[in-house]
Design a protein around this ligand. Sequence first.
Ligand SMILES: [Zn+2]
Length: 87
Amino acid sequence: MNKCDCCKRQMHRVDTDGLCLVCLGIHSFTAVIKERTELNANDSLDLAIDLMEKLQSAILEWLVDERGLSTEFVADIGRGMVRQSQH
Ligand SMILES: [Zn+2]
């Protein structure tokens, strides 16, 4: 197990910056919100957390419906993505 540098939770995986997927998402959302809106850093972070929680609950709901992670589910998430992961 790894410890996320941001939320300090024990996670199965963190990225090269030491962030878990949820914190990575929140950091990414915050950066985009700050860049594209007039919101200050705190409000951007609050909005990013709200958005990430909605995404988390949707993903969890779908995973429960599918009884686990399937390659079809992963393929659907990636479908239509313009930019692919660099990793
Ligand atoms: Zn984290």
